[in-house]
Design a protein around this ligand. Sequence first.
Ligand code: HEC
Length: 356
Amino acid sequence: MSKLSLSKRFTLILAAVFLVGIIVGGTAHWRALQGRAQDEISVQGTLLIESMNAVRSYTSTYVRPLLKDDLDASREFIPETVPAFSARTVFENFRSQVDFETYLYKEAAFNPTSPANKADDFEAELLSEMISGNTTGEVNGYRTLHGERLFYIARPLAIGSESCLECHGDPADAPNSLLVTYGDKGGFGWEVGEIVATQIIYVPAAEVFNAALQTFMLVMTVFIVIFALVTLLINFLLNKYVIQPVDVLSALAQKISVDENFSTDLESSSLQAVTSRSDELGKLAQVFHKMAGDVYARTGKLKRQVQELTIKIDQIQRDEQVKEVVETEFFDELKKKAKKLRQDGNDETDVAKGKP
Ligand code: HEC
């Protein structure tokens, strides 16, 4: 770690922070989105199943009493009097719209009046659980049907009143026209309170979950782009405000340590750019600049003193050499000889002058 440059270290730390952020935030976000998607389809399913129940009860309460007499008299069966028929028909109308064609509604029974309502294996299992009492109330989950992932909500459908038994009790009591249309085998022998079918709604899950995935991807992309921008920006600012000025100062310090001629560097524009700043690095550069100036001045002064000293030492040395020469025996001898020569000279001149 210590071998890394500042900007690399910053980038690594930021990357680590963002990575943890992305993992933690992404997981939380993904879970929240999944939860929301699940809630959304659950609400859709509940709304639809409740609508179908409303249609059923509308048929039993309002339509059937109106047409009851006609049904008894008519030779042809009037399916509009049947709750299951009206619910199925209304739902078919709903499904005819392109957006809703993958939705399904079924009242699945083991022994249905209409073969179309026969429970498939999956529904049969759900229904068995409901009849055996292992599950009470609503169940929901996912199943794949015709290659499509569907969310389902299933509820037990029990015979709620005696009136149902007119058509679902003994075939002998059933309207003749019903027997003509549907036969006397399916949908009979039911009792009040008995769970005879499961009312099940299928809502396509893929779309809702794809939308959740898209939102997730979008948010993650924005997050990652912001991360990249922040990292770039921090690197840029770090470089501009910290690393570059520090580089200028360290280059100058390096120069001072090896070279005495750095006075021009003290006036360089790159150093001035740092010293003119009012922040911490600016203050450091100002102190450094002053210090370097002092060092330069002191070095100059020292050099001059050394020069003067050298000259003085040279002089002293020369004097000493002269003195040494002067003090040698040879010089003494020379002096004596010179003296003697001078004396001898004097004597000869005295003789010449006739002195004794
Ligand atoms: C007028 C006769 C009639 C009455 C009354 C009636 N049904 Fe039905 N029921 C039918 C017919 C006919 C079908 C088949 C409709 C279709 O084609 O889907 C049916 C279908 C159903 C189904 C779907 C499974 C199947 O058998 O196809 C259920 C569940 C059901 N009825 C329950 C009830 C209940 C509960 C009541 C009382 C609220 C009731 N029915 C009243 C005639 C009747």
